[in-house]
Structure formats: structure tokens, C-alpha cells
Write a protein that binds this ligand. Structure first.
Ligand code: SF4
Length: 325
């Protein structure tokens, strides 16, 4: 049984088609990175999965249980199976509560015993001393507050953690430490994780699989090594060409694909392939025919592009080395 099965998920806010038919699975204990520009709908997918919002269509199964339309009371027994860590720890921690109360709250809602001992253990696990339990969130640094969020998210031992841009609001100096912590905890505790991010260097470090989202839909997904080594979709190729790399010489030699126009509006997305207004290799068919998602290789590598062949070969929009900028 998979930790998460999302089938044809749709989330429309009035005329805004934020998510439009996303199908995604996460195996027990594995990490799937959901990547794409801001406005692609990836955070909305996360919110539907933890049922902060009720999807407009499709289904969400958590550890085999269909939670798509459960009401608050029906959801309660399943809440412990999924947690979320948000981008901004300052906004997601109640300033009126002590750190200990914040971290222990999920257990109180489950009427569990031994909460102080479990809070201490949860704080220790994220690298904080037990005394922190008596402090208020505003007395802590941004990195410490995100550690508190992670301790709270994991105290109920969920099967699935949704981490929504967990480091992007933090100082660059502490981002790596928080990412390391998440990676260590994931390995030690074995939870599955949906890692929502636009930071592709973090993806390479953390994820087993990658799913690429464009304007409410998945355009490519597959094992990390395949997506990074042989990206098939022109949008994935463009995203990867713009991602920073640690080696300064390699970084200087990079030729990012410039996509030109901004992301189109999710109120009236382009016809056919939604990427056709920015795709450097679009053909006539792309404007009228929606490309189907097809499997193009081992490990469930899938892509939605008319020009990619069944063996994964096809267009490469990245400039070759030495090409003019
Ligand atoms: Fe580009 Fe057409 Fe492929 Fe869409 S279907 S990514 S527009 S080539």
C-alpha cells in the first residue's frame, strides 16, 4: 500500500484552475519532490493532501484510506497519519503558546499520555534543548522556529510529511542545516515525504523521485536520476538549466534557457499544451491538442509532450556548450 495516492486531483478557486488533474503516488518511506515555478499550483496540491482545503475533484488516499471528502470529525483519526511543515515558521506557530504546548498539541488532540516526555524527545530529535519548551516562539531564531515546526509535525509519527518550501523563508546560512535535519529524520524515522520546492539543488540531495508541475498539471515525473540526467520535457530542461550548481566553473559555463513570457494565468490557461506559449520548440499541434502522459522509460518515467518519443528521445531546448548567450 502506498503512503499517498492522489488521483486526478482538481482544485478550482472560483475561476482559478489552481490544480487541474494531478495524479501522484508516494511509496512508503520515499521522498517525492514537487517542483515548478511559483503559481504552478504545487502548494495547493499539498494543502489538498493534508485536507486544509477540500478538493473540487479527484481523490486523495492516505495509507489506503480515502480522505477526500471526510468532514472534520471523520478526519480526526487520520490526522496523525499526515503532517505539514510550512514555509514561514513565524506565521505557522501560535504566538500565545509556549514551544512545549505547540509541539505537544497534536498529542493532546489525540488524548495521549506522557506528553511532556514525548515533547522533550521530539525537541531533542530536532536538535533543540528541553529548556526551549518553556520559551515563546518569538524568542527563537528562524531556524529554531522551523525546528519546532518539524518537531510538532513529527510528534504523532505520521506516515507522510508534506514539507512546503520548508527552508525558503530562512537565512541562507541555516537552510542547509534544516535540510540536513529533514534528510536525517526521514532516513531514521522512515516517513514518506512530499517535498514542495523550487530549489532544485535541494531536490537533488533529498528526493527519490521528482514530479514537475506547470500551470496546475504534472508535465513530467520519474526517478530523480532520470529527471536530472535525461530530462525529457522542454519545461523540465529549462528549469534544470537555470538551477545553480555548486562548482563555480560549471556555473559560469551554464546557459540557462530563457522562457521569456511570465507564467500564463490559471484563470484562462492556454489551449492544447499549456506550455506552448513559452515552449521554444512548439509545433502547430501543441496549440490545439492536449498531450497525453506517457511512460517513456524505466522506473515509471512519464512525460506529457507531443515531441518526446517512446524511448525518451526528443527535443532538447538547452543550448549546447559554447553557444552564444
Ligand atoms: Fe512544447 Fe509542444 Fe511538447 Fe508542449 S507538447 S512541451 S508545446 S513541444
Amino acid at each position: 500500500m502506498d503512503a499517498l495516492e492522489v488521483e486526478d486531483l482538481v482544485m478550482h478557486y472560483g475561476p482559478v484552475r489552481a490544480v487541474d488533474g494531478v495524479t501522484l503516488r508516494i511509496r512508503q518511506g520515499s521522498v517525492v519532490a514537487l517542483v515548478g515555478e511559483s503559481g504552478s499550483g504545487k502548494s495547493t496540491v499539498g494543502r489538498c493532501i493534508v485536507r486544509l482545503v477540500e478538493p473540487s475533484g479527484g481523490t486523495v488516499h492516505l495509507a489506503g484510506v480515502d480522505i477526500t471528502h471526510l468532514n472534520r470529525r471523520q478526519l480526526r483519526p487520520h490526522r496523525r497519519n499526515v503532517s505539514i511543515v510550512f514555509q514561514d515558521p513565524a506565521g505557522s506557530l501560535d504566538p500565545r503558546l509556549s514551544v512545549g504546548d505547540i509541539v505537544g498539541e497534536p498529542l493532546r488532540l489525540m488524548r495521549r499520555k506522557d506528553i511532556p516526555a514525548k515533547v522533550n524527545e521530539a525537541l531533542r530529535r530536532v536538535g533543540l534543548r528541553p529548556e526551549v519548551a518553556h520559551r515563546a516562539p518569538h524568542e527563537l531564531s528562524g531556524g529554531q522556529r522551523q525546528r519546532v515546526s518539524i518537531a510538532r509535525a513529527l510528534i504523532s509519527e505520521p506516515h507522510l510529511l508534506v514539507a512546503d518550501e520548508p527552508t525558503s523563508a530562512l537565512d541562507v546560512s541555516v537552510q542547509a542545516a534544516v535540510l540536513n535535519l529533514l534528510a536525517d529524520l526521514q532516513r531514521d524515522l522512515g516517513f514518506a515525504c512530499l517535498f514542495i520546492t523550487h530549489d532544485l539543488s535541494a531536490v537533488e540531495y533529498l528526493a527519490d523521485e521528482v514530479a514537475v508541475m506547470y500551470l496546475g498539471q504534472l508535465v513530467e515525473q520519474g526517478p530523480r536520476a532520470r529527471i536530472f540526467g535525461k530530462p525529457a520535457h522542454p519545461y523540465t530542461q529549462a528549469l534544470l538549466s537555470a538551477a545553480p550548481v555548486p562548482d563555480p566553473a560549471e556555473q559560469r559555463a551554464r546557459r540557462p534557457v530563457l522562457l521569456g513570457d511570465d507564467l500564463p494565468s490559471a484563470i484562462d490557461p492556454p489551449s492544447g499544451c499549456r506550455f506552448h506559449t513559452r515552449c521554444p520548440v512548439a509545433v502547430d499541434k501543441c496549440r490545439t491538442v492536449v498531450p497525453e502522459r506517457r511512460t517513456i522509460g524505466e522506473g515509471g518515467h512519464q512525460v506529457a509532450c507531443h515531441l518526446v518519443n517512446d524511448d525518451g528521445t526528443g527535443p532538447d531546448v538547452r543550448p549546447t556548450e559554447g553557444a552564444a548567450r
